[in-house]
Design a protein around this ligand. Structure first.
Ligand code: ARG
Ligand code: ZN
Length: 858
């Protein structure tokens, strides 16, 4: 069945209170669920109360304490017919957590029990109106064998605990804040905590615990610091304070997603909690900081104000992603963070928006909501709110946010509520801007600048491309930050914000005796793709002079892009090709030589546009040609600028380890240099990488060196891979890296390596991190995945088919990789498509995979 946004109806019943009693066991858990229900005065009157279930059978149903017979199963759901307006309903269910390989609901992970309820996992635990607009106060009693489950956790506060018979013990938790079922959480296991405290600005002392397995305790300090910084930052920046005396985080190794914001009991994938210098890279440290912040920020944007229905998902996710992005910008280098975020948007969200799975940030329909936890809802959703902030300015934006929280605290709200609060609080007119919520597709903006006399004329034209189900689009509101550079002075008279609302717009600027150079969409003020007619020398100018770091990066990217696309299309005359290469080499040399640049930014500027982003620019892409052109350019730069790269590597290698920005930057350019040298001079790079590997005193250097070695041939490769495995074989997160490095490697035999690794004793389909570390990594390996004989596509299709019965949510996440077929040249397109067809023919597909495959084939 397809669910439509327009069909929303408030639920006929309210469930103000719920009491859950758990008898915990890995093989069998029994839940006694007692709900106080009453009619919803704001909804249609019906005697039937439908409680969602998924794979459950009620062991007993009582109404007001009496065994009831007025119930029946309605498919997976339990329908109870009620005589009056208010009743107590008790339902008992039982299930086996250890057989729950889907990891939704209550499941076992390494001997502990833990839950994941968003979006619709609660119905795998008990029968309940499992929808985000039914808010209840929860009391949870958990009971189990103390030796097996010494720690018993749920939402809110611990109110009582005690011992029972036969080595059993129990705990009772109460959460005073009404919440929807998707925010329920439970953990039982043998865990230890890193404990700390935070005093809120109004003087509440909050106890903070990060629960992990015993051996992981000393890897929790960065997460704890990140949490305290998040709490402080949210008070200062958004005026949001924590609202309980306890905040618990638990790390689990089997988890479908990054983490979950359950009220007072966040549950995390270990990948986003555990970090120390020996086992985590600088990027991993940032990942922990960002996800800890994200989940903490949900306490307001998501929990205090939740979503009316799942079509509103971006209300909490887009907003919370923006909040975590702003936080990370403040904690580290703002421009570098902005560039990274835009890279994710372009690398993942733009392809989504131009492919068969395109949807607006507030979708109109779905079959399986898990498929809509997408880069569009999260990352484009964040960009949409960022545009409001750009148009309003930070102070007015804050007023809009304050009004939103004030108006909707304790409610299940909609995206429309957010937009209205922004209009009233920030003083914006968002009438037309609302189209960002309903239209899918990345808008294209054509930009040109002409000059006559002393007037420069800027012409802008927008189109929003058609997407599945949305053939015709309307113009939207596009805020573009621009600056006009005097090409002799190399400076400009200040940035301006131009807001494009119609299909076309022209603006004139006087006082330019010479044609200025246009810098546009500065700091990526709008999530659009800019098509500009700009001569190469102006890009070279901006690459050297733009004072907006993002725009400088962008000018370089455009320079690379134009050249690489020319190479791929074979459309460059030999002299154009040489001139293009010479320009790129000189821009690169300038970046390598520029003392005013910090290394973090330098490292960023040295990254060529990704294969996916290049593919995105073409209508019938030849992945092999793109790969060859990109690697060819790397080799060329590596050899032209060899001495500079070697010097940079030496300079950076002399910087002693620390976690400050300078040392992190040094590590970034160090491995960056190795990558260019590896393309140009594999032998020399092997020696340097081997030394870097052996001398490494941190994971960033070690992983960087191993990544380079993994792409090359030789005994150094074999030795380093073996050494790495032996060193870290007891640390699953590092073994994930070991799999991923081989699966993403530039080595020509990467595909064969992946097949062999699938047989490795450490490989399992039961652990999502491990599955992703082998196969997601592989699906992102441009040469191996797009192998000329279609073997890469076959491999991914096989994984989807094998994984689907085990863990449908994770299986469905592999489908988009095969959904890109329309973008490819016929030969690849037909091989990809036939793999999708093969999956579609499988006898028993989950709703998750079925939806993604059928949309991809349509
Ligand atoms: N709300 C979580 C987060 O953004 C993600 C939960 C994802 N759940 C799912 N079924 N896809 O942090
Ligand atoms: Zn989130």
């Amino acid at each position: 069945p397809v669910i439509h946004r327009k069909d929303y109806m408030p639920f006929a019943w309210l469930v103000p209170d719920v009491h859950l009693a758990f008898k915990l066991g890995l093989e069998n858990t029994r839940v006694t669920n007692t709900m106080q229900v009453k009619r919803n005065p704001d909804a249609g009157k019906t005697p039937v109360l439908t409680l969602n279930g998924d794979g459950l059978k009620p062991l007993s149903v009582k109404i007001d304490g009496e065994d009831a017979s007025s119930w029946s199963m309605n498919g997976p759901d339990l329908a109870v017919t009620l005589p009056g307006d208010a009743h107590e309903i008790e339902v008992v269910t039982e299930f086996s957590p250890q057989d729950n390989t889907a990891l939704m609901g209550l499941f076992a992970s390494g001997g502990m029990l833990c839950s994941q309820c968003e979006a619709e996992g609660f119905r795998r635990i008990t029968f309940f109106p499992d929808r985000p607009d039914v808010l209840s106060t929860y009391t949870v009693r958990m009971e189990g064998v103390e030796e097996q489950f010494p720690v018993l956790l749920s939402n809110g506060n611990l109110v009582d605990e005690g011992k029972g018979e036969g080595g059993r013990h129990w705990a009772e938790w109460h959460d005073p804040w009404p919440k929807p079922s998707y925010l329920f959480a439970l953990v039982a296991g043998d865990l230890v905590a890193n404990t700390d405290s935070f005093t809120t600005r109004s003087g509440r002392e909050v106890r903070l615990n990060i629960y992990v397995r015993e051996g992981d305790l000393d890897r929790t300090h960065h997460a704890m610091d990140s949490l305290k910084r998040s709490m402080k930052w949210d008070e200062e920046t958004f005026g949001r304070e924590y609202d309980l005396d306890l905040f618990n985080i638990v790390a689990v190794s089997d988890f479908n997603m990054g983490a979950m914001e359950n009220k007072g009991l966040n549950i995390f994938n270990t990948k986003y909690v555990l970090a120390d210098v020996e086992t985590a890279t600088d990027g991993d440290f940032d990942g922990v900081e960002g996800v800890i912040a994200h989940e903490y920020f949900h306490n307001w944007s998501g929990n205090r104000v939740t979503c009316r229905d799942w079509f509103q998902l971006s209300l909490k996710e887009g907003f919370t992603v923006l909040r975590d992005q702003l936080f990370s910008q403040d904690m580290g280098s703002a421009p570098v963070k902005r560039i990274e975020d835009v890279r994710i948007l372009r690398g993942v969200q733009f392809p989504e928006d131009s492919g068969p799975l395109a949807h607006s940030i507030r979708p109109d329909s779905y079959r399986e909501i898990s498929n809509f936890y997408t880069s569009t809802v999260y990352n484009k959703g964040a960009e949409v709110i960022r545009m409001m902030r750009t148009m309003a300015g930070p102070e007015a934006f804050r007023k809009g946010c304050d009004l939103y929280f004030e108006r909707h605290d304790g409610e299940a709200a909609t995206c429309e509520d957010f937009v209205r609060a922004m209009e009233a609080g920030a003083g914006l007119d968002l009438e037309q801007f609302r189209r960002w919520y309903s239209q899918a597709g990345t808008p294209k903006v054509r930009v040109s600048l002409t000059h006559e006399g002393d007037t420069a004329t800027l012409s802008l034209a927008q189109t929003v491309p058609p997407t599945p189900g949305q053939p015709a689009k309307y113009p939207t509101t596009i805020p573009l930050r621009i600056a006009l550079y005097d090409r002799d002075e190399g400076s400009h008279d200040g940035e301006q914000l131009v807001i494009l609302t119609d299909s076309e717009k022209t603006i004139t600027f006087d006082g330019f005796a010479k044609k200025p150079v246009l810098s546009v969409n500065r700091n990526f003020s709008a999530p659009v793709s800019i098509e500009r007619d700009i001569p190469r020398d102006e890009l070279v100018f901006l690459a050297a002079h733009d004072d907006d770091p993002f725009a400088r990066y962008e000018a370089m990217q455009d320079l690379f892009l134009a050249h690489l696309l020319g190479e791929v299309r074979g459309s460059l005359r030999p002299d154009e090709r040489d001139a293009g290469r010479a320009d790129i080499a000189s821009v690169f040399a300038a970046v390598l030589d520029d003392d005013r640049l910090d290394d973090l930014m330098r490292g960023e500027l040295l990254i060529l546009p990704s294969q996916t982003y290049l593919m995105e620019q073409m209508s019938a892409a030849n992945p092999t040609a793109i790969f060859d052109a990109r690697e060819g350019l790397k080799a060329l730069l590596g050899s032209e600028l060899k001495d500079r790269f070697v010097r940079m590597h030496e300079r950076a290698s002399a910087v002693p380890f620390s976690l400050d920005a300078a040392a992190r930057g040094a590590r970034k350019v160090k491995t960056g240099a190795l990558q260019y040298l590896a393309a140009a001079d594999p032998e020399r790079a092997t020696g340097m990488a081997d030394t870097q590997y052996k001398q490494a005193d941190n994971m960033t250097d070690r992983q960087g060196a191993l990544m380079v070695l993994a792409g090359l041939d030789g005994v150094e490769r074999t030795h380093a891979l073996l050494d790495f495995y032996n060193r870290y074989q007891d640390n699953p997160l590092v073994i994930d890296k070991w799999f991923a490095l081989q699966a993403t490697s530039l080595h020509p035999e990467a595909l064969a390596h992946v097949k062999a690794l699938a047989e490795h004793p450490d490989f399992t389909l039961r652990n999502p991190n491990r599955v992703r570390s082998l196969y997601m990594a592989f699906a992102g390996n441009p040469h191996a995945f797009h192998a000329a004989d279609g073997e890469g596509y076959r491999l991914i299709a096989d994984v989807i088919l094998k994984l689907d019965p085990v863990n449908p949510q994770t299986a469905a996440r592999f489908v988009p990789a095969l959904g890109r077929w329309r973008k490819l040249e016929a030969r690849w397109a037909s091989m990809m498509r036939s793999e999708l067809e093969r999956i579609a023919q499988a006898p028993q597909l989950s709703r998750d995979t079925y939806e993604q495959v059928s949309r991809s084939l349509d």
